[in-house]
Design a protein around this ligand. Structure first.
Ligand code: SF4
Length: 222
């Protein structure tokens, strides 16, 4: 599948099945959009009409651009066929329904307000909320119950900002540890945080209980 968009003056073409990203000029951008549903002659005529006021866009250049696009298609960098489409729906079936990892949204909110936030400032376009211990416990029980013969289970405390719900994180880790022996499991915990609320307690606990701490603090010093 091909996605096209314009950003900061760039014409971008993303070929999702190959992972190819192409930065192209306007003519190539329009040509790529026409490519799947038009013959070469239709493409050339349409672009000549579109750019009739641009003397720099000649028929020869359009045909050269078309040849470049065809070459990208042939080399598997554009309009690459989706070779996973037939088997994508069977992944769950083939894994036997086993779940080995959870990303626990313990804080559906954040203490920062980054304009570029992928998670709409932690609330994912929903209402701000904190996960209760009871909901987190049920999630851990679900993970154990669906983990089959896997011994090592992964849990990432995520948000928003998980340190805004720190006591619940600690209580869930304590609960998970009580379940390791009886179920023959081992939990590996990750904390993904913007770092703003890290204090001595967080550092001590993370050093003891977390296998990974992911810091996503970025931006200018202030
Ligand atoms: S710290 Fe992360 S979750 Fe919070 S607003 Fe910024 S990008 Fe979003």
């Amino acid at each position: 599948m091909v996605h096209q968009y314009k950003l900061n003056g760039y014409n971008l073409v993303l070929d999702s099945c190959s992972g190819g990203v192409h930065v192209v000029d306007e003519v190539a951008y329009d040509l790529i959009a026409l490519y799947p549903d038009h013959t070469p002659e239709e493409i050339v005529q349409t672009l000549l009409e579109t750019y009739r006021d641009r003397p720099d866009v000649t028929e020869a250049e359009i045909r050269e651009c078309l040849a470049d696009v065809e070459s990208l298609v042939k080399s598997g960098q554009l309009y690459t066929p989706d070779t996973f489409s037939d088997i994508a729906g069977t992944f769950k079936e083939r894994s036997g329904g086993v779940v080995k990892a959870l990303c626990l949204h313990v804080a559906h909110t954040c203490n920062l307000n980054c304009a570029y936030c992928f998670a709409s400032q932690g609330k994912y376009h929903g209402d701000r909320a904190l996960m209760s211990f009871e909901v987190g416990k049920q999630a851990l029980d679900f993970l154990i119950a669906h983990s089959g013969t896997r011994t090592n289970l992964e849990v990432d405390f995520f948000g928003g900002e998980p340190l805004m719900n720190w006591q619940v994180v600690k209580d869930l880790v304590a609960y998970a540890r009580t379940q390791e022996g009886p179920h023959h499991k081992r939990f590996r915990f990750t904390l993904t945080t913007n770092g703003m609320l890290i204090d001595e307690d967080v550092i001590d606990f993370a050093n003891r209980e977390m296998d990974n701490v992911v810091l996503s603090l970025d931006g200018r010093k202030e």
